[in-house]
Design a protein around this ligand. Structure first.
Ligand SMILES: Nc1ncnc2c1ncn2[C@@H]1O[C@H](COP(=O)(O)OP(=O)(O)O)[C@@H](O)[C@H]1O
Ligand SMILES: [Mg+2]
Length: 502
C-alpha cells in the first residue's frame, strides 16, 4: 500500500488551531476564520455567512476579494444557491464548475460582476445546528477548487465550529447584522444603476461610520443633499438631528446667528435669546449647503467649530462645546475658489478630508430612464389610478437630452408631463423643454427658415460636443477646429451650458 502524501497545509492548520480557539471575541474569531481559510486555501475570495433562524435567511458577515463590500448587501434564503444548500443540509459541497450546476444562483455574481468558476462551501456547526457557512470562490491563480482541497477545508470547518461555539455573543452579532441590512436598504431611496452612482453610494456607506468631515460636490440637482441624508441616516448619529443650513440663503450676520445662536440684545432685532443650529445638532450632523458662498469671516468661525468643536453665541464671551459631524456641499469647484482667494485654504482641506463627487446626469446616462420611471411611479397617481407610461419617442428624448438641471429637472419634467399630458402615454410635447431629436433632424426642422434650422443644429451640435469633452472649452475648440475665443462667443450666443455656468 502506498503512503498517502500528507497535505503540507495540515501543518498550517495545526498552527492556526490554538490561536483560533483561544480568541473569545466573536468579531475577532469571525475575522480570523476568514483570514485563515483564505490563506489556507489560497482563495480568490471567501466569505462567511451567518444563519438567522427566525428569518430563515443567511447573511454575509465577512467577505474578502474584489466584491467584498458589495456582497454584504445580499441576503440568501435557506436552500438558495450553493451556500444556502449547505446551510440547509449541513454537508460540505464542492461545485467545480458553477455554470453546470443547477443549484448555483448567479444573482450575486452578476450583480457584483465577480467572475466565478468554482465554489466550495462548508458548514459551521454547533452539534447538528448550522450556525453559518464558509464559502470559497476559486483559487488565487484563477484555477477552480479541486476535490482534493475538500478534506482540508472540512477539517478547517470543524475547527472553525469549535472556535465559534466558544465565542460568545454570536446571537448579538446576527442581530446587529440585520439592522445593518435595514440601513443598507435605505440606500435604495437613491435611485440609479450606473457605476458612478454605485461608487457614490458605497463611498457614502463607508464614511457613514466615522466623524470625518465630508465634502460633496456636483452640479445643482445631482442629489448632494440626498447623499448627505444617507450618510447621516446610516451612521451612528442617526438618532440625533441632521440640520441643514443653506449658506447662500443668509446674510453674514444672519448666518452667524442661525448657526451659533445669539444672546438677547446682542444686535438690533435680537429681542430674545436664540438657540443656534449647532446646539440643536449636537451629537448629530450639520449639512452646510452651498458652502462656497460663506463669507471669509464666517469661514474662520466654521474652521474653529470643525477643528475644536467650539463657538460663541453672538453676543456671548463664553465659548460652547459641541460634538458635530460636518458635511459640506457645493456646486462650485472649491479648489478653484481657493486659488482665486474666495475660499480659505485651511478650511478647504478641513472640509475635503473625504470627497464625494456626484457626476452630472448626462455623465451617467444609464440612470436617466430608471429615474424617469421612478418619478413616473411617484407622480402618476395624481391622475387617479393609472398605468401611464412613456412613449418610445419620449424615452429617446429623455435619454438624449442634456439635463442641465440634472435629477431635479428630470423629476420636475416628469411631474409636469403627468399633470399636463392627456392619454395613456407621455409624449415628447408633454415635456417642458424643446427638443431637437437625434433622429432625422432635417425632417424635424421642416417649416423652419434656413437660419433657424442652422441655428438649431449648431446649438445642439455645440452642446453635445461640450458635454462630450466634459465642458472643456479648450478640448472642444480643438475637436471642432475653431479658436477658443470663438467658441466662447458661441457659448454665450446660444446660451449653452457648461459646468462652470451652472
Ligand atoms: N439618485 C436619485 N434618486 C432619487 N432621487 C434623486 C436622486 N438624485 C436626486 N434626486 C432628487 O432630485 C432632487 C434634487 O436633489 P438634491 O439632493 O436636492 O440635489 P442637490 O443638493 O445636488 O441640488 C431631490 O428631490 C432628490 O430627492
Ligand atoms: Mg441642494
Amino acid at each position: 500500500m502506498r503512503d498517502r502524501a500528507v497535505d503540507p497545509r495540515v501543518s498550517i492548520l495545526k498552527d492556526i488551531s490554538p490561536l483560533l480557539t483561544s480568541v473569545l471575541d466573536t468579531d475577532s474569531v469571525l475575522e480570523m476564520i476568514i483570514e485563515s481559510v483564505t490563506r489556507l486555501m489560497e482563495a480568490k475570495a471567501s466569505s462567511l455567512l451567518l444563519v438567522n433562524k427566525s428569518r430563515n435567511k443567511l447573511y454575509f458577515q465577512i467577505a474578502t476579494g474584489e466584491a467584498k463590500e458589495e456582497v454584504k448587501k445580499f441576503e440568501i434564503d435557506m436552500g438558495q444557491g450553493i451556500a444556502g444548500h449547505v446551510a440547509l443540509t449541513g454537508k460540505p459541497l464542492l461545485v467545480p464548475d458553477v455554470s453546470k450546476d443547477a443549484r448555483w444562483d448567479k444573482t450575486i455574481s452578476e450583480a457584483t460582476g465577480f467572475e466565478t468558476r468554482s465554489i466550495a462551501c462548508v458548514p459551521i456547526k454547533s452539534g447538528r445546528d448550522v450556525m453559518g457557512v464558509i464559502q470559497i470562490i476559486d483559487r488565487e491563480d484563477g484555477q477552480p477548487i479541486h476535490e482534493a482541497d475538500m478534506e482540508i477545508l472540512s477539517h478547517f470547518s470543524e475547527l472553525a465550529s469549535v472556535a465559534m461555539e466558544r465565542a460568545r455573543n454570536y446571537k448579538d452579532i446576527v442581530n446587529e447584522n440585520i439592522s445593518l441590512k435595514k440601513e443598507l436598504e435605505s440606500r435604495y431611496e437613491i435611485i440609479g444603476v450606473s457605476k458612478a452612482i454605485e461608487t457614490v453610494i458605497s463611498d457614502a456607506v463607508k464614511v457613514a461610520n466615522s466623524k470625518t468631515t465630508t465634502l460633496i460636490t456636483g452640479e445643482s440637482g445631482t442629489g448632494k443633499e440626498l447623499v448627505a441624508r444617507l450618510v447621516h441616516k446610516i451612521g451612528p448619529r442617526r438618532k440625533r438631528k441632521l440640520m441643514v443650513v443653506n449658506c447662500a440663503a443668509f446674510t453674514d450676520t444672519l448666518l452667524e446667528s442661525e448657526l451659533f445662536g445669539h444672546e438677547k440684545g446682542s444686535f438690533t432685532g435680537a429681542i430674545s435669546r436664540k438657540t443656534g443650529v449647532l446646539e440643536v445638532a449636537d451629537g448629530g450632523t450639520l449639512f452646510l449647503d452651498e458652502v462656497a458662498e460663506m463669507s471669509p469671516s464666517m469661514q474662520v468661525k466654521l474652521l474653529r467649530v470643525i477643528q475644536e468643536g467650539t463657538f460663541n453665541r453672538v453676543g456671548s464671551a463664553s465659548p460652547m462645546q459641541v460634538d458635530i459631524r460636518a458635511i459640506a456641499a457645493t456646486n462650485k469647484n472649491l479648489f478653484e475658489e481657493v486659488q482665486n482667494g474666495g475660499f480659505r485654504e485651511d478650511l478647504y482641506y478641513r472640509l475635503n478630508v473625504v470627497h464625494i463627487h456626484i457626476p452630472s446626469l448626462r455623465e451617467r446616462r444609464d440612470d436617466i430612464l430608471v429615474l424617469a420611471q421612478h418619478f413616473l411611479d411617484k407622480y402618476k397617481y395624481i391622475r387617479g389610478p393609472s398605468n401611464l407610461s412613456f412613449s418610445p419617442n419620449t424615452i429617446e428624448v429623455l435619454q438624449n437630452y442634456h439635463w442641465p438641471g440634472n435629477v431635479r429637472e428630470l423629476e420636475n419634467a416628469v411631474e409636469r408631463a403627468v399633470v399636463m399630458g392627456g392619454g395613456g402615454h407621455i409624449e415628447p410635447e408633454d415635456l417642458p423643454f424643446s427638443v431637437v431629436p437625434s433622429g432625422d433632424t432635417a425632417q424635424e426642422l421642416l417649416g423652419c427658415t434656413l437660419k433657424e434650422a442652422l441655428d438649431s443644429f449648431k446649438r445642439d451640435f455645440l452642446q453635445r460636443n461640450l458635454d462630450h469633452q466634459g465642458s472643456s472649452v479648450k478640448e472642444t475648440a480643438k475637436v471642432l477646429g475653431i479658436q477658443r475665443t470663438y467658441l466662447s462667443r458661441l457659448i454665450s450666443k446660444y446660451a449653452l451650458t457648461t459646468r462652470r455656468s451652472r
